[in-house]
Design a protein around this ligand. Structure first.
Ligand SMILES: NC(=O)c1ccc[n+]([C@@H]2O[C@H](COP(=O)([O-])OP(=O)(O)OC[C@H]3O[C@@H](n4cnc5c(N)ncnc54)[C@H](O)[C@@H]3O)[C@@H](O)[C@H]2O)c1
Length: 446
């Protein structure tokens, strides 16, 4: 009889324990980063709950449904404890994390006041920045160097200095979206990239300089924005060579989260889609940066991909071949971080009869992104300690969190949230030597 569980293939070694301090270096101490850091401190002090974080609140079923064994994920896999996280970061503004959080206006003043003494101690290191890559920003807290190689070496020095104070380090990009860049010859190998650093190649944006520095130091790197960053052959090669796991791109938070929940449902029921119009208003600094057409283009590409991959129009031409997909992001300062998103979906059913669905999501951008950033940090640190994961480069099992997930060359990315969730949990079961869950379950009817 087919069982619901499938024994996992042998894992190649034990996951190392999460002993000591985990240093978290955040590139960009803006709305998302400060909401994550302040949130972690609030949770550590018992002031709030880590809602939205799978690593903190999620459970994982082990064995058969009749076994009733569902431990917390953090009790099943050895994750760093929140009390062991130590934060630092880089920003183009010198504001400490308290000032930056107050400026972002995501968390209320009373909570920030309670956390102020701690948040004030976290001050950004000077950033690698060039306005060519983010047109709407102009910072003052910036590294100077004779070329991009020199800047990368300065970031490496920052990482080495921080490493002396903690046991392990993870880096996450939560900085502004850079202009759209397509990979060039400089991105094809580590050697070409290093020459590009020496020659100040224009296709090497600041985010790639941080990524190069992190991976050179064997430090895992997550990319929360849609920039190229670690999504190039050169960075994948460096990631594998130095056992520094990577993942990207772009936190999957509001509208795309909804899209990757709804689209699989339509496809599963063979409902056709004629058009999908998505628009947003957003008034935070991210919205201001995305108001620049070149940064918007990077975001647009990241948001557009999901539907095509989920719906597979080549397999279902009658349902999805002529789908018109349009995305707009409008900068509207009065709303600050409280984004409002509208989706109009023109679907059709039996015999082609049309129907419409409207989704109006009044969300809080950084409240949705902060737990994702935290989970990515904790899971990348886990990957670094897992012999089977640390040297494979891209951590596709973390696609669950990402709008435009990186995947192996020639392999299409998996966007369906529920497949992503199953993949993530089965990866955790696998590395711990537990049986995988297939959901077959004929044995219950034996
Ligand atoms: N909030 C969300 O729901 C969400 C979802 C998906 C992706 N993102 C992405 O996450 C990123 C951060 O979003 P946010 O709302 O916190 O934006 P934000 O503007 O509040 O913060 C970004 C910070 O990065 C800094 N920065 C810019 N370039 C830098 C550089 N080269 N080095 C160091 N610091 C630099 C800025 O000064 C700013 O403080 C953006 O790229 C955004 O598109 C956010």
């Amino acid at each position: 009889m087919g069982t619901e569980e499938q024994s996992s293939q042998k894992t190649t070694g034990k996951v190392a324990p999460a002993t000591g301090k985990l240093g978290v270096m955040v590139v960009g101490l803006g709305a998302v980063a400060t909401t994550m850091i302040a949130g972690v401190e609030a949770v550590r002090r018992g002031l709030a709950k880590p809602i939205g974080s799978l690593t903190q609140m999620g459970t994982i079923r082990l064995g058969k449904r009749t076994d009733s064994t569902s431990p917390l994920i953090k009790d099943f896999v050895p994750l760093a404890d929140l009390n062991d996280l130590v934060f630092t970061g880089w920003d183009i503004f010198a504001d400490n994390v308290y000032e930056a959080a107050a400026h972002a206006e995501v968390l209320d003043k009373e909570l920030l006041a309670k956390l102020k003494p701690y948040l004030e101690t976290i001050r950004p290191l000077p950033a690698v920045f060039d306005q060519y890559y983010v047109k709407r920003l102009n910072g003052t807290h910036i590294k100077k160097g004779k070329n991009k190689r020199d800047l990368a070496n300065q970031v490496i020095d920052d990482i080495r200095a921080f490493k002396k104070t903690v046991d392990r380090v993870v880096i996450i990009w939560a900085a502004s979206t850079e202009i759209f860049i397509t990979p060039t010859a400089v991105h094809q190998s580590i050697e070409a990239f290093e020459k590009g650093l020496d020659n100040d190649d224009i296709a090497i944006a600041p985010s790639q300089i941080y990524a190069y520095a992190a991976l050179s130091e064997g430090v895992p790197f997550a990319n929360g924005a849609p920039n190229l960053t670690v999504d190039t052959p050169a960075m994948v090669e460096l990631s594998k060579r130095n056992a520094a796991p990577i993942c990207g791109k772009d936190f999957k938070t509001g509208q795309t989260l909804m899209k990757t929940v709804l689209a699989p449902a339509f496809k599963a029921r063979l409902l056709g889609i004629k058009g999908w119009f998505s628009t947003n208003i957003l008034g935070n600094r991210d919205g201001e940066v995305l108001d620049d057409p070149q940064s918007f283009k990077t975001k647009e590409e990241s948001k557009l991909g999901s539907l095509d991959y989920i719906l597979q129009p080549e397999l279902y031409p009658d349902l999805y071949k002529n789908l018109y997909h349009k995305i707009r992001i409008n900068y509207y300062p009065p709303r600050g971080d409280d984004k409002e998103a509208w989706d109009n979906i023109d679907i059709f059913g039996w015999l082609g009869y049309p129907m419409q669905i409207k989704v109006n999501f009044l969300c809080r951008d950084s409240i949705l992104a902060a737990p994702i950033a935290l989970d990515l940090v904790l899971f990348l640190d886990l990957a670094k300690r897992t012999p089977e994961l640390c040297s494979i480069g891209i951590q596709e099992w973390l696609s669950f969190y990402l709008k435009s997930p990186q995947s192996a060359p020639g392999l299409y990315p998996e966007h369906d949230l529920f497949i992503q969730s199953m993949k993530l949990k089965n990866t955790l079961r696998h590395i711990m030597g537990a049986g995988l869950i297939t959901h077959l379950g004929l044995e219950y009817y034996d």
